[in-house]
Design a binder for this molecule. Structure first.
Ligand code: ADP
Length: 328
């Protein structure tokens, strides 16, 4: 087994609000080997984005350790952090929600190079231009779009600009935060293929955040299922799809549309509303919605435990007979 490039231990991010403390990320741990993809999956609001942002320190973690290539990101000083930011990048769902709409494609791709002062002095203008063209080629953007504006382009091309910006600093690791969720299905496949090719050619390590399990099915090496700030299940992708064990994962998987539904493939509906992440009680986070819940589940939060090789589940009733039947 390769050494982990990223090791996250007991990561927490709480937001203090008027209503109380939001437990957005509440003790998340995992590691990723170099060149691999960890998919983080769960419903909207479960803390996926906050996890990604806390790892990059785009939001300050409340607690926990994030070790990237031996350096604790959470304790990095300003200088270390700016070096880490070159290696650790992010691709957003909508890359242009926060950028100046008057910037052209080339200016947008050049921005990280300019901000980080990668090229200095005489000739730097030409070097930036060359690098921007190289990045446009890398992400499959036609050079004729150099002076276009993002609003003139379709979603797929806009996301290619977002990827080029993330690649500009030659990163080793990228948090991909719902990068294809806003795109048509046919374009989703193109962008996923591009990201896979880039991963292979540039040896990139990804965290791929999505609410849609089917998107990571062919993309991730391992999947972590998140519910209300915690991981409830983590396993290699095939293992997770073949043997989902947590009732929440089972429900997520059963909700994926399949072309033909046979008699046995009923959708498992999750009852009730998602619990508010404000001032959470110390019981299993899935308690109020779980059809297997019992008194035992109220006794603190279950830890992830290895149930099959490499397959971790946080559920006290994991050896329950009725749940076993569901898993066959
Ligand atoms: P996801 O990416 O899974 O949709 P988020 O990480 O965006 O979830 O959010 C997790 C929880 O944290 C949600 O309840 C969200 O409302 C809350 N949250 C996120 N950012 C903030 C913030 N800046 N202030 C207060 N609450 C926040």
């Amino acid at each position: 087994m390769q050494e982990a490039i990223l090791k996250v231990t007991n990561l927490k991010k709480y937001f203090k609000t008027k209503k109380g403390t939001v437990h957005a990320v509440d003790g998340v741990s995992f590691s990723i080997e170099k060149g691999k993809t960890l998919g983080i999956v769960g419903e909207s609001g479960c803390g996926k984005s906050t996890t990604g942002r806390a790892i990059l320190r785009l939001v300050e973690p409340t607690d926990g350790e994030v070790i990237f290539e031996g350096i604790d990101v959470t304790k990095a000083d300003k200088k270390q952090l700016s070096a880490l930011r070159r290696d650790m990048q992010i691709v957003f769902q909508d890359p242009f929600s926060s950028v100046n709409p008057r910037m052209t494609v080339s200016q947008l791709i050049a921005e990280p190079l300019v901000v980080n002062k990668i090229y200095k002095g005489r000739g730097s203008k030409q070097q930036i231009e060359d690098r921007v063209l190289e990045l446009m080629d890398t992400v499959g953007l036609a050079r004729r779009l150099y002076n276009s504006y993002p609003h003139e382009l379709d979603g797929g091309r806009r996301q290619r600009i977002g990827i080029a910006r993330a690649l500009a600093m030659n990163p080793k690791f990228i948090v991909c935060d719902e990068p294809v969720s806003a795109l048509d299905v046919s374009i989703q496949a193109q962008i996923l293929n591009l990201m896979k090719e880039l991963q292979n050619s540039l040896q990139l390590t990804y965290i791929f955040i999505t609410h849609n399990l089917s998107v990571v099915n062919h993309f991730a090496d391992e999947i972590a299922v998140m519910y209300l700030g915690s991981l409830v299940e983590k396993a290699p992708v095939k293992e997770l799809f073949d043997h989902p064990m947590h009732p929440y994962t089972q429900a997520l998987l059963s909700a994926i549309p399949v072309p033909e539904i046979t008699e046995n493939e009923e959708e498992i509906l999750i009852k009730g509303e998602i619990t508010s992440p404000v001032n959470l009680p110390e019981e299993c986070r899935f308690y109020s919605r779980c059809s297997y819940a019992c008194e035992l589940c109220k006794k603190g939060r279950p830890e992830l435990q290895e149930v099959r090789p490499g397959h971790f589940v946080a559920c006290r009733r994991i050896h329950d007979v009725r749940m076993e039947e569901k898993r066959i």
